[in-house]
Design a protein around this ligand. Sequence first.
Ligand code: ZN
Length: 243
Amino acid sequence: MQEKLVKCPKCGNSNLYNIYNIIDVDKEYYLRKEVLNQSIFKYECKCGYKTQMFYPTLYKNLSKNFMVEFASKSDASRFKNSLDSFGIPDTNFIFRIVTRPFELTEKILVLESGYDDRIIEILKEMILASTTDKKISYLIFARDKEIEYTFLCLDENNVAKAMIPFRKDLYDSVYDMFYSKLNDNTYVIDQDWAREFLCEVNVWHTKNFLINFVKKIMNIRIRIIQYMIIQRMNLIWLYLVRR
Ligand SMILES: [Zn+2]
């Protein structure tokens, strides 16, 4: 952890801000919660100004066999290209790159849960394609107190409007259908990746599977929740030289 003086954008005074180049939750478990509720990125000034400031960081959870790099879009693509040139090592270890804060928390939850994040992204995309509510444009895998996991449904302004319970049987059917077709050729597993994958395997032509899938989705009770802002999309990135 490093302390940096960061100027307040409102009053111009400088405040100390803690920056974690590496978040190793096997060593400092308390940081896990701070990442999941994003308080780790909170910046506060005596003048009353509050915001979140994001910076590149590597989230390590070696006991659970995964690492997630959180980076700005440009850093992430540079990083990905240099990693791709080495090739993907043939291990069970999972390494992912994400660029948005909610993707960081979502990726951690998925990888901690032991579910395959590729299957989760495919499942999300298939639910989106099957839903008749066109206001829903994005799903996030999240925890729910009543049921263990859920998908938060976001509209185009990233406002969560509803919850769809996570169903293990749906996950399993998507897993059985696609697992053998997956190839580990990237570190970025997100909505774009899932869309591309589903086009490649031509899922929209495997009609019987899809009809059954849509029927199952129809039976799921979608819970409308109070409007909730998930994350502002205009991120303030602190540009720091990585040591
Ligand atoms: Zn200030």
